[in-house]
Design a protein around this ligand. Structure first.
Ligand SMILES: Cc1ncc(COP(=O)(O)O)c(C=O)c1O
Length: 446
């Protein structure tokens, strides 16, 4: 694993990461904690909850910069020594605590075979939907467990009763799978797609709301908006966009692929019509789990992706949930992932992710030649950010970061975003981030 940069290699113009680095927790507190939990061994989910409880008197923002606390969490992650993984946005691999429970579910379902599938399969899936509903602050009966955001949102886009000339509003920064689905309904039903472009660093919420408002006409039926744009980490003012769209009679579908388990919110507070997310990104559920939430009054009007048979009532959300036989043990791990998330504490997790992002972007913003493609306003982003270098192709930057500095990132080259997406997770240390700041500082001088 690369270590922190040699101070001699840091450009004098580059702010010294160490000046921003938090003070260590006082030794007595740390030793007490270490005595409680044991140095070197991975904590169980229950022990993580105890550790979190032991610091519950401190604000999450204070714990956000406590490297001793987060090193206990990092112990649960099996890290590849070859490179620093700053690409946790596609999928964040599981901490061992959840992985072990998942493997046990695989064993158990395998042991029970068809008996499991014919007895408790569906009630277990409903139980997972109920836990997700509680986490999302919504009533049961409006949320289903899907395979991912793509399934959730494309079911809505493809399942509306479109008429020729109907219009839909979206942004070029939206995720390609959804934009492709809108192109498909355009080709199939004659829907007209209006595509706006979201600025990377807006002056205000109104600037964003006005952009979406300007694309609405009396023919608009659906507006899609990202809760967090995946290529920049930009958090959009979804509630204000929903209020504006509803005043104009337009339904809103929110792409929450990157916010569930990342930032705290309740789905009903967004006041949207449809919400989809992937649970393998930020909630640490094994690959292949997502959710779809929709308002009760919309349940009956969406054509399901796969027909579910006549036994479901029109308002029964499970009419949208038929998938055939699939890896049901993935669903079972949702409950374990929620336990892990609750043990750490949602506020602590969000505060840590925001701290990590601002740790490196606040340093990198001061380096001439570096472009940060993520809003400077701390409220408009959390863990994800994107940095480019003037005059360097994102692909080339990603390549050098990987080959020379052993940092794995996701190069983005389009939709007005030119740079590498940097996505830490809760196991990331500030020393890992010093490496990227140092690399950007060196590369900006080339
Ligand atoms: C904003 C956004 N929406 C949707 C998706 C699709 O997620 P999935 O591939 O899990 O369906 C992604 C994936 O990265 C995304 O970033």
């Amino acid at each position: 694993m690369p270590t922190s940069p040699d101070p001699k290699t840091i450009d004098p113009k580059t702010p010294d990461p160490k000046t921003l680095r938090p003070k260590k927790m006082d030794k007595r507190t740390f030793l007490k904690r270490a005595g409680l939990f044991g140095i070197g061994s991975m904590l169980s989910i229950e022990k993580i909850a105890e550790l979190a409880e032991s610091v519950s008197a401190l604000p999450p923002e204070t714990i956000a910069s406590d490297e001793d606390f987060w090193s206990e969490i990092r112990r649960g992650y099996r890290l590849k020594p070859d490179y620093i993984n700053l690409e946790n946005g596609y999928y964040c691999f599981l901490p061992e605590q959840i992985l072990e429970k998942f493997i046990n579910h695989v064993r158990e379902v395998n042991y029970q075979g068809s008996y499991y599938m014919r007895t408790v399969q569906f009630e277990n899936k409903m139980a997972m939907a109920a836990r997700l509903s509680a986490m999302a602050g919504c009533e049961p009966g409006q949320l289903i467990v899907t395979r991912n955001t793509t399934e959730s949102l494309d079911m809505v886009i493809g399942g509306l009763d479109w008429k020729p000339g109907d219009e839909a509003v979206m942004a070029e920064q939206d995720y390609p799978a959804m934009l492709d689905m809108f192109r498909l309904v355009a080709a199939r039903y004659g829907v007209v797609n209006k595509v706006i472009s979201v600025p990377n660093d807006p002056a205000s919420d109104d600037e964003i709301v006005d952009l979406y408002a300007g694309a609405i006409t009396e023919k608009t039926r659906l507006l899609m908006v990202c809760h967090m744009i995946n290529i920049t980490g930009h958090i959009l003012p979804v509630r204000k966009i929903c209020d504006m769209a509803h005043r104009r009679g337009v339904e809103v579908m929110v792409d929450g692929a990157h916010t569930f388990g990342h930032i705290m919110f309740s789905i009903p507070d967004l006041d949207c019509d449809y919400f989809g997310s992937s649970l393998h990104k930020w909630l640490s559920v094994p690959l292949g789990a997502g959710l779809l939430w929709l308002r009760k009054e919309h349940i009956g009007k969406i054509w399901p992706l796969i027909a579910s048979g006549g036994h479901h009532g029109k308002d029964d959300v499970t009419r949208l949930n038929h998938t055939g036989t699939h890896p049901v043990y993935t669903d079972l791990a949702i409950s374990d992932a929620i336990d892990f998330y609750n043990a750490i504490g949602a506020e602590r997790k969000e505060a840590r992710l925001r701290y990590l992002q601002h740790y490196w972007t606040d340093l990198a913003r001061g380096i001439p030649g570096i472009v940060i493609n993520t809003p400077a306003d701390h409220g408009r982003s959390c863990g994800i950010a994107n940095a480019g270098i003037k005059g360097m192709k994102p692909g080339e930057l990603g390549d050098i970061l990987f080959k020379k500095y052993r940092i794995y990132t996701a190069p983005i080259d389009g939709a007005n975003v030119f740079g590498c997406r940097i996505t830490p997770n809760i196991y990331t240390t500030v020393s890992d981030l010093d490496v990227i700041v140092n690399a950007l500082g060196e590369l900006s001088k080339i």
